[in-house]
Design a protein around this ligand. Structure first.
Ligand code: PMP
Ligand code: GLN
Length: 380
């Protein structure tokens, strides 16, 4: 039988590859982005209580209303916006699924989608599965800022969507107010949809404000925003998040959502509905992760890796050009196998063959793990 691949150029996700190699080699795993410390006991108990109570059957298609109401209140408190929980918020099984559903609902054959590379690895395949055409723009290394003149030159009458991501995976860069103004200028009076991936909204440092789309009414009207409870509550394995957008866009979103997943697991929705009500459960995050970032920077003092500026997310980039001229993939594999530290090469986040001699590490780890990894990295 001849199988015609819909994604002939797509390989296994680099996160699966590097985490798999880390497990195989017993290496310290700083590759895939997930915390290795415990979650809130209160949150775990809430799930358990809801299971015992009998909240175990299908939730409504867009998610249970109390959770959507809690999200609406949180958005109001955080960004001063008003989203209707009935019609403008949908609970998703993780942000990856939300991103894919948005793209599926919006992108048709021949539509152009602008993305900024290095880019989170799910964007390109999701676009290609819809017959969309990816228009990648490289962020300008080593600060990884957006060249807005290039964006202006890339926009055409086929541009259907621009995908933004701040704080940015894998670089740790964040957008500033000026970027948002440029985005407004370039999209005003167009039919361009903005997909804003804000899964790291609370992981932002040095007192910088997270530039959410939700601060800008001119952008809200054309935007979907994705969020992930996995990132915010250290529960990546639960695969839960949500999407917000104006009703007209959400109507289209739900047409796809109802047939790709229908709804998400019920006891966790009830648990998050209660947990989200207390802002203390997320207000501490910027300082918590800033301390981890600074701890890792200190621990790496004296190493030959050059640490690039990290303003958000729980990732930072290490430039290894003083150590070797091996390509990123080869060096990342060798580091895992020979030294026992797994990282992620940045090159797979590009569609063009770019090798900046940088590796991404995840610092959402206990200080003990970070210290152990830093000791090894310093010897290289
Ligand atoms: N977007 C970005 C930028 C990410 O780093 C991730 C990975 N966590 C996701 C989306 C997907 O999040 P989730 O695990 O909720 O699917
Ligand atoms: N977002 C996580 C990362 O960047 C991993 C997500 C995944 O494994 N698909 O490492």
């Amino acid at each position: 039988m001849k199988i015609q691949s819909k994604l002939p150029n797509t390989k296994t996700s680099i996160f699966a590859v590097m985490s798999g190699l880390a497990n195989e080699c017993g290496a310290i795993n700083l590759s895939q982005g997930f915390p290795n410390f415990p979650i809130s006991e209160n949150l775990a108990s809430l799930v358990n209580e809801n299971m015992i109570k009998g909240n175990n059957q299908y939730a409504p298609m867009p998610g249970i209303l109390p959770l959507r109401e809690a999200i609406s209140e949180k958005l109001n408190r955080t960004y001063g916006v008003s989203f209707n929980p009935e019609t403008e918020i949908t609970i998703t099984p993780g942000a990856t699924h939300g991103l894919n559903t948005i793209i599926t609902a919006m992108i048709s054959k021949g539509d152009e989608v602008i993305i900024f590379e290095p880019a989170y690895d799910s964007y390109v395949p999701s676009i290609e599965l819809c017959g969309g055409i990816v228009k990648p723009i490289n962020l300008v290394a080593p600060t990884y800022h957006i060249n807005w003149e290039e964006v202006e030159r890339t926009i055409s009458n086929k541009t259907k969507m621009i995908i933004m991501n701040t704080p940015h995976n894998p670089t740790g860069a964040v957008l500033r107010e000026n970027d948002m103004k440029e985005l407004i200028r370039l999209t005003l009076n167009t039919d361009i949809i903005v997909l804003s991936d804000e899964v790291y909204e609370h992981l932002i440092f040095d007192g910088i404000r997270h530039e959410s789309i939700l601060y800008y009414p001119e952008l809200i009207e054309r935007s979907f925003v994705t969020a992930s409870f996995g990132k915010t509550f250290h529960t990546t394995g639960w695969k839960m998040g949500y999407v917000v957008s104006p009703k007209e866009l959400m109507d289209e979103y739900r047409k796809v959502h109802q047939f790709s997943v229908f709804t998400c697991n019920t006891p966790m929705q009830w648990a998050f509905a209660a947990f989200l009500k207390d802002p203390n459960n997320y207000d501490y995050l910027p300082m918590f992760y800033q301390e981890k970032r600074d701890f890792m920077i200190d621990a790496l003092q004296g190493s030959r890796f050059n640490i690039l500026d990290c303003k958000g997310t729980y990732f930072m980039l290490l430039d290894y050009s003083k150590i070797t001229d091996e390509n990123e993939m080869d060096f990342a594999v060798r580091l895992t196998k020979e030294y026992g530290v797994a990282t992620v090469p940045v090159s797979p986040f590009y569609s063009s063959p770019i090798d900046n001699k940088t590796l991404r590490i995840c610092f959402a780890k206990t200080n003990e793990t970070l210290l152990g990894a830093a000791e090894i990295l310093k010897r290289i």
